[in-house]
Write a protein that binds this ligand. Structure first.
Ligand SMILES: Cc1cc2nc3c(=O)[nH]c(=O)nc-3n(C[C@H](O)[C@H](O)[C@H](O)COP(=O)(O)OP(=O)(O)OC[C@H]3O[C@@H](n4cnc5c(N)ncnc54)[C@H](O)[C@@H]3O)c2cc1C
Length: 415
């Protein structure tokens, strides 16, 4: 393995592979892409629906075909599978674990493209017994991809994000119907009419304002799941018979490699805090894709990877001005956070699509942008939902003398 690459990419999902493709196009030759799974491609490798490819390859593709397409665009000699990064030091010295043991790589630049992880039962603090078949969506999709069958027939799905409905479709393809979906809020997190699809076509009712209170094993066999007790917002408990629980969504960025460098993270998104050139506040360190904030579409993650590759190549060829200071971007409630988290000055001009936000909760109203307390942009009539990218397309003032940008939301109702 190349121990001194010009660029090390950690994670070979759509973002990492697109970044590698971009670096190649720009003529950067000495690149290493490490992936902890034996095969590159990231999450799409396990998603069978033809819901990939349209935005970037202009045709619908299954997840595995989409992953294969990105793999085919990257020099196979650059990719090292079954290779896990276990630590990144302050000077980018990177510890790598393979079947041969630990080794060290010293890249000049490093792109973190490690994606996200779903919140499993343990982190959701759900009480009760510990039977089999308590899973996440990722685990179900992997099981289906690898064995083509499921060890249950009546699962309960917790969550109503887009991925939760993706789980319903995967279940249906395996001949399994979910007995119910459980949602803590008073509407689905995904865009409507996914709720109509769940009810009418997939015949799965949604229980709103409810949470899983307890998981119950069968009395005669502690390893078999028998039911789940749910509790609604009035404290009423109901037992639902099921033989599996699938916890979906509640994604968190897989940014644990920055554990020792927490000042590099955005405390709200829990992902790396980046500037408009995908740079963290440490020389040579970049991030792109889902690791930045929670789940996006694969095409969006790949697009971010491409742009990060462009920025890294510019830096590699000495075309990037060193930044002298930061313009903080402050998100006021109910705006949860923005990507990027700050602007570097001087930096590349801020064109369209330079700022996206996520909401803490659903709201309807006007997004405002202010520079040093002077509002320079308003976007009325926004219906903003959490777990959803909202791209802002403002014209920015010259940032040369600006100290901070504030993102506000004037609410005029619930979404
Ligand atoms: C269940 C599910 C269904 C989805 N369905 C769709 C869909 O239908 N259509 C769509 O467009 N999008 C879908 N998405 C979203 C899409 O899969 C993601 O947006 C996309 O995969 C993100 O790309 P990424 O490269 O940022 O991350 P990932 O695809 O997660 O890739 C990150 C890679 O980094 C590797 N990695 C992590 N840590 C390390 C480490 N320490 N060392 C080495 N390697 C590491 C991981 O193994 C992984 O391969 C779905 C997501 C999920 C979870």
């Amino acid at each position: 393995m190349n121990a001194d690459p010009d660029v090390l990419i950690v994670g070979a999902g759509p973002a990492g592979l697109a970044a590698a493709h971009s670096l190649k196009r720009h003529g950067v030759e000495n690149v290493l892409v490490v992936e902890r799974e034996p095969e590159a491609g990231g999450i799409p490798r396990f998603c069978p629906h033809p819901t990939f490819g349209l935005p970037d390859f202009f045709r619908p593709m299954s997840g595995p075909a989409y992953a294969a397409k990105w793999r085919s665009l990257v020099d196979p000699g650059w990719i090292s599978g079954a290779t896990t990064v276990t630590a990144i030091g302050p000077g980018l010295e990177t510890t790598i674990s393979t079947a041969d043991g630990l080794s060290m790589v010293r890249p000049k630049r490093l792109l973190l493209a490690t994606g996200i992880r779903e919140t499993p039962r343990s982190a959701r603090l759900v009480s009760g017994d510990r039977p089999r078949n308590v899973l996440t969506t990722g685990a179900v999709q992997r099981l289906l991809a690898e064995t083509h069958r499921l060890p249950f027939v009546r699962p309960l799905v917790v969550g109503t994000e887009l991925v939760s409905f993706s789980a319903l479709l995967s279940l249906r393809e395996a001949g399994v119907r979910a007995v119910a979906m459980i949602e803590a809020g008073d509407r689905i997190v995904a865009r409507r009419p996914a709720d109509v699809l769940a009810g009418l076509i997939l015949k799965t009712p949604i229980r709103y304002l409810s949470r899983v209170e307890r998981i119950n094993a069968a009395t005669e066999d502690a390893s078999r799941l028998a039911s789940v007790t749910i509790e609604d917002n009035r404290g009423v408990k109901t037992e639902i018979a099921c033989d599996a629980v699938i916890f979906t969504g509640a994604f968190v960025p897989e940014a644990s490699l920055l554990g020792g460098l927490l000042t590099l993270c955005n405390t709200r998104s829990r992902g790396p805090a980046i500037d408009q050139s995908w740079r963290l506040g440490q020389a040579g360190l970049y991030a792109a894709g889902n690791v930045l904030r929670s789940v996006e579409t694969a095409a969006w993650a790949a697009r971010e990877g491409t742009l990060a590759g462009d920025a890294i190549a510019a830096d590699h060829f000495g075309k990037t001005l060193p930044s002298e200071r930061r313009v903080a971007i402050i998100a006021d409630d109910p705006v949860a956070f923005s990507t990027p988290s700050f602007f570097a000055v001087p930096g590349p001009p801020l064109g369209p699509l330079q700022l996206s936000i996520r909401m803490a909760r659903a709201a309807r109203g006007t997004v405002t942008l202010s520079a040093d307390a002077r509002t320079f942009w308003r976007s009325p009539g926004m219906t903003a939902l959490p777990e959803r990218r909202i791209v802002l397309r403002p014209s920015f003032p010259d940032l040369a003398n600006v100290q901070d940008i504030r993102i506000g939301f004037e609410t005029d109702g619930r979404a």
